[in-house]
Design a protein around this ligand. Structure first.
Ligand SMILES: Cc1cc2nc3c(=O)[nH]c(=O)nc-3n(C[C@H](O)[C@H](O)[C@H](O)COP(=O)(O)O)c2cc1C
Length: 204
């Protein structure tokens, strides 16, 4: 199996609805291709980790490179892995916030609204920490003696990441609905999105 990560630039800023459509594609397609990973987005910048069998990951990457929604795909890491690091996420998702960047070691005052691919290429330690915070903790600590306290910490870390992903999805759904309401374009589908957002939050 391989793990690759890359940064790319959105060709135009993505609305909540655009992001939701992209995520749906990931959540529908990735299980069939046995691809797992994590996608971050901020200020028209994508940062994604993909892992799976080499052939599957390479095929997906070729598709992403020609996807008109993004451009300038720059590889950050490419390595062989013995086990998945994002086994729990067909595609985890998080929009980067100022707080998430600070927690990942970005210098004080680093604003998510100003993030760009060049920043991420030049701050690999921040990128590594962002990815690290979202991996399945059992993949990271595989070599450690399995103390019951370690197991508990891992459980809560994993639950925390899972909840964040659920909340992020629900937020995108609700934001899509409020955007549509502002433009007086509310449809039956938006009501469906509200219902899905509620379901997503209730699963937490
Ligand atoms: C930043 C970015 C990340 C993407 N990640 C995935 C992904 O993880 N899985 C996926 O199937 N498609 C992903 N896509 C979409 C693919 O480029 C492509 O549109 C999709 O795989 C085609 O799927 P379809 O056969 O359902 O049309 C991504 C696109 C972008 C712009």
């Amino acid at each position: 199996m391989i793990h690759i990560s890359y940064v790319s630039r959105a060709t135009s800023p993505l609305s909540a609805e655009d992001l939701l459509a992209l995520l749906r594609q990931c959540l529908v397609n990735n299980p069939g291709n046995a691809v797992t990973g994590m996608l971050f987005y901020a200020n028209g910048t994508f940062l994604q980790a993909l892992e799976g069998e080499e052939e599957d990951v390479e095929r997906l990457l070729r598709r992403i490179k020609v996807d008109p929604r993004n451009t300038d795909v720059q590889l950050l890491h490419r390595r062989q892995i013995a086990r998945r690091e994002y086994s729990d996420w067909t595609m985890g998702f998080r929009r980067l916030t100022d707080e998430a960047l600070a927690a990942a070691g970005a210098a004080a005052g680093t604003r998510a609204a100003e993030i760009n691919p060049l920043y991420l290429v030049q701050h690999q330690a921040v990128v590594d920490q962002l990815f690290r915070e979202h991996v399945d903790p059992t993949a990271l600590d595989a070599g450690l003696v399995d103390d019951p306290r370690d197991q508990l910490v891992r459980f809560f870390k994993n639950e925390n990441t899972r909840m964040r992903s659920q909340v992020e999805l629900a937020l995108l759904m609700l934001e899509s609905v409020t955007d549509a309401a502002r433009g007086a374009g509310l449809t039956e589908r938006h009501l469906q999105l509200c219902t899905e957002a509620l379901q997503s939050l209730r699963q937490i």
